[in-house]
Design a protein around this ligand. Sequence first.
Ligand SMILES: [Zn+2]
Length: 398
Amino acid sequence: MIAIKGERFLEELKEQGRIGYREGEGLFRDAYSANYERARAFLKARMEAAGLHTRIDRVGNLFGRLEGTDSRAPAILAGSHLDSVRGGGILDGPLGIFAALEALRALQEGEIRCHHPLEVVAFTAEEGGPLGGTFGSRVFTGQMETPPSAKALGAAGLTVEDITASKADLSRYGAYLELHIEQGPVLWKKGIAIGLPTAIVGITRYRVTVQGAANHAGTTPMRERKDALYETMATLCRWIDYVREKEDLVCNVGNVEILPNEIGVIPGEVRFAVEIRSTDEGRIADAADRLKNLLETPGSCRAEWGLWVRKPPVALDEELITALEGSCRGLDYTFIRMPSGASHDASPLARVLPTAMIFVPSVGGISHSREEFSPKEDLLRGATLLARALVDIDALLD
Ligand SMILES: [Zn+2]
C-alpha cells in the first residue's frame, strides 16, 4: 500500500516556496543565485533525511538515489527543475521534484522495494535565461552542440569542461518521469484531474526587419509613405488571423523595436521576432511559409528575416503513457491525453530516454506568475499518481 503523507508533502512544498519569495511579487530563484543554492541545500537535506544517496554534478544538477533490489538495473529518474522565472509561482518545477521525493518516502514507508533504482532529480536553469533554458537537462543528456558563451558560463561560475563532465552515462537510466502543473487552462476548464502529454511542442523563432523610410510625419502625403510600422501591422494581422484558424498551432510576436520611434517621424524601420509552436513540424513550416509569403508580397517596404531558434517537437513514450493510463485507472482518476504547449526538461530527456509527463490542473491556466495556483487535492493526486507510476513502470521495465 502506497500512502503519500499529504500534510508532510504540502508543508514541504510551501517551505521550499518561501526560499526566494518576495511578498506581493512572487518567487525569485534564478539558477546559480544565492536563493537557488539555499533551495538546493534544503532539498538535499530532505533527500538525505529520507535515506537517499545524494550527488551534485558539476553544473549543479542535484540527484537523490534510492537503490533497488538490483543496483545494476537502469534507474527510473523522476523530477523537474528547481529554478523559477522572476516573480513566478512556487509550483512550476518544484512540484515535480518534491512529489518524487515524497513518492520515494512513501514507498520506503510502505516497504515497497522496486527492482530498479529510483532517482529524484532537480535540474538547474530550466527557465530561459543567459544559459538558454533546459540547461541542466541538456547538459545531463549531452545535448549541448553549441554551449552558451564563455561570458554566460562565467557568470554562472561554469566552464565548458563542467558541461562535458556532467553528461550522464545514459545506459544507467531506463526512464524519466516529470510531474508538472499544466500551465494552461485545459484540465481546469474540463474538470479533469490528470493530463498525460503525448508530445511537447516544437518552437521556431524568426527575427524580422521591415525596412521603410523615415520622413516628416506632417508633410509626406499618406499614400507616398514607406511606413514600416503600417506594413508590419498589416502583415502581422493577416498572419495571425491565418494562424487563429488552425488547430495545434500558436504564434506570438515580441521584441518589437520601432525606429526612430518618434511621434513626429514616419516609422522607418521595425524589427521584431515571431514565434511559432506546434507538436507537428509540418504545421510550423506552413505557418512560417505563410508569413514569408506575406512579407514578400510587394508593398511599400522591404522585409528581411532570419531563423533565430529551432527546437523540433518531441514525442513522449507511448508505452509509458499507456502505463500511466493504467495507473490513473487503478487510482480512479480522470485523465486525458494532451499536447504540452510549454517546453520542459522532459523535452531533452525524451530524445534519449523513454520519457513521460503528468500534468495537474492550473487554476485559470495561470503560470509564470505569482498568481499560479493548483488546489491541494490536485497536488496530492499528482504525487500519488507519480508514486504509483514508479511501481508500475518498475514492473514494465523488467
Ligand atoms: Zn517548469
